[in-house]
Write a new protein. Structure first.
Length: 182
């Protein structure tokens, strides 16, 4: 996935995400945004993560897209800033100190064995009935988790018992091109 986007395209996506958040949260009209960069026209899923003082402040994404990547990044940036149910919507004073990270996703791949999970390479998406939980690949690395701990935390995020991954769950993996402002 590393060759998916050029440095210029990554920089452009970060600028689009930041401009969208600042405009929306501050209530100022946003200048029209578009991009002609080739890599930003592709239809990939993505997550936008906002951190304040190194702590998670919002993270929302979508696994699939039917529009150019730059447009999905714009939509997910606004959602991460204002609709992550774990946090209050960002306010103008929150704009003083935040950093962005974007994860551009590969397609989901259903696995039959947890042995297929490579910690630090794969993200997890666990589904059981109406319960769903996702953790990006970098989360396991940031916390120093092994495979089983990663599976347990993804189950907990889905609202399931931590050992639910051992039976009757669908487990999907994906990889991500992760880049940020820091």
């Amino acid at each position: 996935m590393a060759e998916l986007l050029t440095k210029k395209e990554r920089t452009e996506l970060l600028k689009i995400a930041r401009a969208t958040i600042v405009s929306h949260v501050s209530g100022t009209p946003q200048a029209a945004i578009s991009s002609t960069l080739k890599g930003l026209q592709a239809e990939h899923g993505c997550f936008v993560t906002i951190k304040q003082r190194g702590q998670l402040r919002g993270c929302i994404g979508n696994f699939i897209s039917d529009r150019p990547l730059w447009q999905l990044v714009q939509e997910m940036a606004m959602a991460a800033a204002t609709r992550d149910p774990r946090f209050y919507p960002m306010r103008p004073q929150d704009l003083d100190d935040f950093d962005l990270e974007i994860s551009v996703l590969s397609p989901l791949e259903k696995i039959d064995s947890v042995d297929d999970i490579r910690v630090g390479v794969h993200g997890l998406y666990i589904v059981k009935n109406t319960y769903r939980g996702v953790l990006l690949p970098q989360v396991a690395t940031e916390y120093g988790w092994d495979r089983e701990t990663f599976l347990k935390h993804t189950c907990l995020k889905a609202g399931l018992p931590e050992n639910a991954w051992q039976k009757d769950c669908e487990i999907f993996i994906f990889s991500a091109l992760v880049f940020g402002e820091k």
